[in-house]
Design a protein. Sequence first.
Length: 270
Amino acid sequence: MITLKNNIGLFCFVIMGSFFTSCSTDEKQTVVTKTQLVMSDEFNVDGAPNSELWSYNIGTGSNGWGNNELQYYTSRPSNIKVENGMLHITARSEQYMGKSHTSARILTKGKFEKKYGRIEARIKLPRGKGLWPAFWMLGANSDTVIWPECGEIDIMEYLGNKPTEIFGTVHGPGYFGGASIGKTYTLPNSRFDTDFHVFGIEWDKNYINFYVDNKLYNQITPANVPGEWVFNESFYIILNIAVGGNLPGSPNSETPFPQTMLVDYIRVYE
């Protein structure tokens, strides 16, 4: 979910361009080792997101945020609001500022940035081809160090036409776009658009563990990446729904709009 990302893949193994795995996993590892809460947004105050924590990306970015995406990001309540204890990010099919869709993207850049920790969110995802929601992080130096050298951690990405799958990836120098390092997690006996699930990472100097509902499904370490490990600096958090673009393709006639990603909370521990 970053400028110039062309698609999702991996360095170690790719099947049909969209299924991928990391080089190693230790599923016996304990997921929760960091328990001191240092930041939370419970989305309990109706209205706009907390301005002390969140800012907005507005517009189309460069070339549809580098991915040929179709949406114009706004700060309008019709695209983003807090209501009934939830953050609502809503993608709409509508003509706006020369684009065919609208949505929202918020970030904690300059307001909350963290080096290492357990970062998690409880989210219910939308559905439909062409929808591309994400919960992710970028290096706090992203203004001065060009992507992918600043680093990117995709805690959760999801394609709306694959409602049982999410994926977590990292991008850095030598392993980005189609060569990113990550893994898909398939939800057993349920779907991500019908209930809430907790998506998170536990991150320290020499590893990033990815989990869903406290199930560890991947671990990435410096040994797994073919370039520099750029994850020993502070990062900020991003939430958004992209529409269309290189990875999911455009919505089709069966994609229902509007579609909303509901976020119950975001919590960070150390």
